[in-house]
Design a protein around this ligand. Structure first.
Ligand SMILES: *Cc1c(COP(=O)(O)O)cnc(C)c1O
Length: 430
């Protein structure tokens, strides 16, 4: 639990506002974010890197809410995007195109055109074929595309295999040993301008050593390029700094920055970093109401109104999120087994599987949680600000949740709950 979400007496609050009130006002499931937490997170990065020229490009996919993008834009952030859609979001939110870097292995012609017209800061190119295409598209528009190659440093990020991206077997980036030759080709292309080098080795890293190892490989390659007469303006070391969900001990932002700044000591290139999760993960929670308590043959279930379509991380990565009641009650005394437990307003301390209503066994929010709860109680799924709403879907024709931003003691609805009608508005019966 972060200091932005804490119990005051027995009420779990965001800043000083009881989450129970927000659940009542906006309904559940509902994502709630703290603006102070978001802004403090950004300022922590800016402070940690202030000793050298840098740009913090927030990774939009972690949470692309317009209100959040707008906040970061006002704080001076740039953005790391992975689609044309994300570029349009950034622009709609007031972000500056000339602070946008465009990552991703499958950029389409249409996305390239959009980004060239907007005059983004840099394309992080991930293959020779993409480089060829970008050169052609830029030529057709009479533009010059600024590029980095995303190099794959073959460094083990020591994180979940699904969120590890810097190994030879991963689909991301250009093989380290081929990058120098590809840079030479890029430098000779008429509609390409080489401006930087980029890497991103994975997500939810809880140690600094893989970042340093990747940085050292990037620097060694940059030195080789200098011998070829290719001088880089910036080095983009990606994102990936982890957060605490349970008992992880990720480095502080200051420790992370110190390690990167140490690796870059004496160099003149501008530094770019692309944090996503670290800026938003602990700044948000998902509120959900218990619909039913159910005693299975082997397990007790708390059936909640949020599901894998709202928060996919548990189903996808077996990820852990802390689950807390928004009002803390004393557990009821143990009653006779005949009463079945969980009777009206009785709150025995039991070990629950917290699960959603979606028709998949993988639809769980948390396993083995000790809770003293009753049907109707609201739970907060903690650390849900990153890859929560952004990975949500409409599976089971479930409208996506509402989103609320708490700012200076006021709660603002920043995204309305979807209506069922809107879910099939684009469909036709033939
Ligand atoms: C997802 C992603 C990030 C952000 O990763 P976090 O772990 O959320 O910090 C940064 N850069 C690229 C290229 C990404 O794909």
């Amino acid at each position: 639990m972060t200091s932005y979400f804490s119990y005051q007496q027995d009420q779990l609050c965001v800043e000083t506002m009881p989450l129970a009130e927000l659940a009542k006002r906006f309904g559940t499931p509902c994502y709630v974010y703290s603006q102070v937490a978001l802004a403090d997170g950004y300022r922590e990065f800016a402070e940690a890197f202030k000793s050298r020229e840098h740009l913090i490009c927030y990774a939009v996919k972690a949470n692309p809410s317009l209100a959040i993008l707008n906040l970061f834009a006002r704080l001076g952030a740039g953005f790391d995007i992975v689609s044309g859609g994300e570029l349009q979001r950034v622009l709609a939110a007031g972000g500056a195109a000339n602070k946008v870097v465009f990552s991703g292995v499958g950029k389409t012609v249409a996305e390239m055109k959009l980004a060239l017209e907007a005059e983004i800061l840099c394309f992080n190119v991930e293959s020779a074929a993409e480089l060829e295409r970008l050169n052609e598209v830029a030529g057709s528009l009479g533009k010059i595309a600024p590029i980095s190659l995303r190099v794959n440093p073959n460094v083990d990020a020591k994180t979940h295999p699904y969120i590890s991206t810097g190994l030879k077997k991963n689909k991301f980036g250009v093989a380290y040993d081929e990058a120098r030759a590809l840079y030479r080709r890029a430098a000779a292309m008429p509609h390409i301008r080489v401006t930087g080098m980029d890497c991103h080795i994975g997500s939810q890293l809880t140690e600094v050593s893989p970042f340093v190892a990747a940085a050292e490989k990037v620097l060694a390659l940059a030195d080789q390029l200098a011998e070829d007469g290719i001088v880089l303006e910036h080095l983009d070391l990606g994102g990936g700094l982890g957060i605490r969900y349970k008992d992880e001990t990720p480095p502080s932002v200051a420790e992370y920055a110190e390690a990167l700044l140490g690796a870059l000591a004496g160099r003149r290139e501008k530094l770019i970093v692309e944090p996503g999760r670290r800026l938003v993960g602990n700044a948000g929670v998902l509120l959900t109401t218990i619909e039913y308590l159910k005693q299975g043959e082997e397990k007790s279930f708390a059936l909640v109104d949020a599901a894998m379509n709202d928060l996919m991380r548990p189903a996808l990565y077996d990820a852990y999120h802390e689950i807390l009641p928004v009002i803390r009650f004393e557990p009821s005394p143990q009653s006779s087994p005949a009463s079945g437990g969980g009777g009206e307003r009785e709150r025995q301390l039991l070990n629950y599987e917290v699960v959603g209503p979606v028709c998949e066994t993988g639809d769980f929010i948390g396993h083995d949680r000790e809770l003293a709860v009753a049907a109707g109680d609201v739970l907060a799924v903690m650390s849900a600000g990153a890859y929560g709403m952004s990975m949500s879907s409409n599976y089971n024709t479930r409208p996506r949740a509402a989103e609320v931003l708490v700012r200076e003691g006021d709660a603002h609805l920043i995204r309305e709950r979807e209506t069922i009608r809107s879910l099939f508005a684009n469909e036709r019966v033939v």
